[in-house]
Structures are given as structure tokens and as C-alpha cells.
Design a protein around this ligand. Sequence first.
Ligand SMILES: C[S@@+](CC[C@H](N)C(=O)[O-])C[C@H]1O[C@@H](n2cnc3c(N)ncnc32)[C@H](O)[C@@H]1O
Length: 305
Amino acid sequence: MAKARLKAPPRELTTVLDFVRYAATRFGAAKLVFGQGTQDAVEEAIFLVFEALGLPIDRLDPFLPARLAASERRKIFSLIEKRIRARVPAAYLLHCAYLQGMRFYIDERVIVPRSYLAELLYGDLFSGENPLLDPAAVTRVLDLGTGSGCLAILACRVFPNAQVDAVDLSKEALQVAAINVSEHDFKDRITLLKGDLFEPVGDAIYDIILANPPYVDAAAVAALPAEYRREPLKAHKGGADGLDIVRRILAEAGAHLSPGGGLLCEIGRGREILERDYPDLGFLWLDTAESTGEVFWLTADELQQ
Ligand SMILES: C[S@@+](CC[C@H](N)C(=O)[O-])C[C@H]1O[C@@H](n2cnc3c(N)ncnc32)[C@H](O)[C@@H]1O
């Protein structure tokens, strides 16, 4: 069957702003799903248009009135169509995503970075008057389920004296992490390890363990929208109630923490279940701009009881 030819972009669209507006309207009308690096149709439109043009997404205003060349109009129009028809998240179309202003290379071998841990790492947990730990004293960090390597790389920024071990079960994810580690120039500080949770690190001890594990429950995995089904399933599947891997982390983390250290873990919506199943653990629940009670901090003391 002959391939349908892509229509030309409407002639009335000439400026960057025109294309952002057009994309946002089309995305909204098509009822796309967001949350993979952008929150809504307008954010996704801005990201797609600016990134496709190689423009800085943190400096929109000067570029909005700029007129586009014919080749740029065609390129952006084709990306808008693909975003709608194939339900491919913009981050995969553009091969990049931002977390705390840092740019990461992304493709379908990894989940699109959006962990709440990023905001917490960069917030006042490890700075200001009463940090959970003095960031300068943190020398060993473990990132469990590193995916694109984004949290391991942020950790290098937040803990200037730390060496970071970054583990993933997925060989393909580690290939993407290697690209990011190299692009961010942290090859001497981050070690990428393939394996199942703590297995590849032996009996190593860390000051901080970071984990954004798969935590989507089986019913929600079965109902994932098309955009999320483009991501590796391994990054989502958390078992019947979503907490299979979280429970394994809770069981093993204590043996890998230094005195005074702790575990920072994202768990999705499973807070009530965890509090019911672990009544003696003193979870410190941490909120972010977009989440309530989806991340906890547990000290080595709590985990070693
Ligand atoms: C939710 S993603 C998080 C990726 C990255 N840390 C981030 O925040 O964007 C979970 C990651 O854990 C990995 N993973 C799943 N099960 C694992 C296991 N048993 N051991 C190690 N990694 C695992 C997946 O391959 C995936 O890359």
C-alpha cells in the first residue's frame, strides 16, 4: 500500500509562536497524554518546537516572533503529526529531556526522566541550615535502577566528593546512561553496573542510596496510555501492588548503608500499603511541587533495626 503523503503545514503558520500555538491546540484536541517531561499540551508544544529548532527552552520570548524557514516549518509540522499519530512522547522524538535544567540524551531504551528525586536532591534536603547529610561528607552514592543515568549525574552535582555506582538490570538502559555520563563528563565519578538491585555491588557500603524503582501496579500497567507503553515495561512493572521491588530494596538497603546514611526512594501511590506493612519503620515522607507522599527517606538506623 502506498504511504500516505504528509500534508504541508498550513500557510498561515509562519512564526515560532504560530507553531507553538498550533501544536498546543492540536495536542489538546487529540487528547494526548503528558507527564513525560512536560505537564500539559502547552509545555509539550513549547518543548517540541524550541528543541526542534535548537533554541533555548528557558529563553522563549525573544524567539516567539521569529519567522521560520520552509524546511523548519516542514520539520516541525512533521514532528507534530508524528506526536499525534504515533503517540510518541516528544522527548523520544527529539532525543532529549531536561531535569532540573540539565539536558539528557534519551531514546526508547530508557524511561523519560521525571523523577521527583531530582527536585528533592536539588532542594534543601542536602543544603541550608539542617541538611539530612552534609553534602560535602557524602563520598559514596548508589543509584538503583539508573535508567538514563540522570539521578546519578545529578548526584555528582549535589555531592561534589562522591563516587557513584549506578545499577540497572537493562543492558540497553546502561548504553544510554553511558552516553549521558560521558556527555556530562562524569566518567571518572560514575561506575555503571549491570545487575539485579544490590547484586552487582557485593558488600559495598554507601552514604546515600537513591532509588526510583519500577512501582506501577499490575492493573495500572495493563491500562498504561499509549505514550507510556512506548517506555520500557521493565521501568514500570512493580508487581501486583506496585511494591515488589520497593520491598526488596527495604529488605536489603540496611546492609549497604554507612552509619548516618539513608535511603531516598520514590514509590508512587503505595504509601498506605507500606505504612501498613512496615509499622515500625519511621518513614519521612517528602513532598515536591507535583507530589505528596510519593518519596520517603529512611535512615540507616531505621533500616538496620
Ligand atoms: C522508573 S525507572 C527509573 C530510571 C531513572 N532512575 C530515572 O529516574 O529516570 C526504573 C529503572 O529500574 C530498572 N530496573 C528494573 N528492575 C530492576 C532491578 N531488579 N535491578 C536493577 N534495575 C532495575 C529499569 O530498567 C529502569 O531503568
